[in-house]
Design a binder for this molecule. Sequence first.
Ligand SMILES: Cc1cc2nc3c(=O)[nH]c(=O)nc-3n(C[C@H](O)[C@H](O)[C@H](O)COP(=O)(O)OP(=O)(O)OC[C@H]3O[C@@H](n4cnc5c(N)ncnc54)[C@H](O)[C@@H]3O)c2cc1C
Length: 371
Amino acid sequence: MTLIIGGGVYGAAVAWHLARRGEAVELLEAKTVASGASGGPGRRGVRANCRDHRELPLMARARALWPTLHEQLGTDPLFERTGHLQLIERPVDMPRAETRAALQSRFGIATSYLSEGAMRELEPDVASFVKAALHCPDDGVAFHAATTRAYADNAVMAGATIREGVTVDRLVTRDGKVVAVATTDGDEIPVPGRLFVLANSGVRSLIAPWLDLPTWNLALQVLVSKPLAENPVRHLVGHASRTLSLKREPDGRLMISGGRLGHWDYATGRGTPIPEEIAANVADAVAVYPSLEGIEIETADTGHLEAESIDSIPMVDHLPGNPHVVYAAGWTGHGWAIAPAVAELLADWALEGRRPELLAPFAFDRFAIGR
Ligand SMILES: Cc1cc2nc3c(=O)[nH]c(=O)nc-3n(C[C@H](O)[C@H](O)[C@H](O)COP(=O)(O)OP(=O)(O)OC[C@H]3O[C@@H](n4cnc5c(N)ncnc54)[C@H](O)[C@@H]3O)c2cc1C
């Protein structure tokens, strides 16, 4: 029997993988499935380009899964291959990009460094000061909330139980071993087998009695425009020196994001956009694509918390002294793309009883002093 805390993409996908392999699974979600980082407007980037090299093997595996995931989950297509372009305007960023192209290619991620002419053939409407790009043709975008809900629906069809509106307050121990979780309603739910703590922004406080996880929470900003007559953005686009990410939505809208932040109120559990951050995000988009001048923003969302880690890659490990309790957090704004691969590996970990090799770089002991 496996208990899972968190109904985002990780909790839902692990629940599905375990349930379809015959495991009894119960998932507890404080709000509703896909209400955290795995929900909200627009789509999520499925990007290998410019990732930490330790995540590239996971990304190569996820890339193989994404194009047909909807067939396994019985939904409309969830992933669209758009290619990712990391735009470069400063000469100082060029050597890094050339080096990265070679490194990513070695990891099996097709990547080209494009000079200005080749870049303009792919993305003709960028400003004249954009001088080069790093191109990953197999990257794309995916519907995050729909994917997460599809994982959850399939988990339930395979026999899992999902309980929404159940907030875990703390992990309950006996003789140092986690034996139950206590909810804010005063219930105690036993952990007869394994426990996955996949609560993203909630993980740090839940495991605080064991570890001081070097993560913190961000209210990442997403802007969605009104439909554009002509959308100049052809790819999933990032930028080497601006806080900017652009996604072309299927309905003519443009999604603008990249890492700007809103304000999070822990008392109400709500995020509020900051006008200066909205303006700065739009200004960068217009600077890089001058034809976006006058773009109108329909939605500004900062309502979906994500945990960032100190070294920008996640922490995936078991609790000290509790090999049956596995936690994962600190996705740092790029946990979506690798989720199908990581969730499968987490399920393997549970069923086979040992950490899959591909997850070893994300162990907590990388912060051990004197290592
Ligand atoms: C605005 C934004 C843009 C992003 N863009 C990208 C992108 O383009 N590409 C990419 O790869 N990644 C992106 N990410 C990151 C990616 O979406 C996340 O890393 C991923 O969705 C995390 O999934 P999760 O299941 O760990 O967390 P979540 O989806 O946050 O799920 C965790 C769940 O746990 C629940 N929970 C928390 N505490 C408790 C508790 N105590 N008891 C019970 N339940 C609890 C929450 O309600 C939540 O539903 C983005 C994230 C955000 C917020």
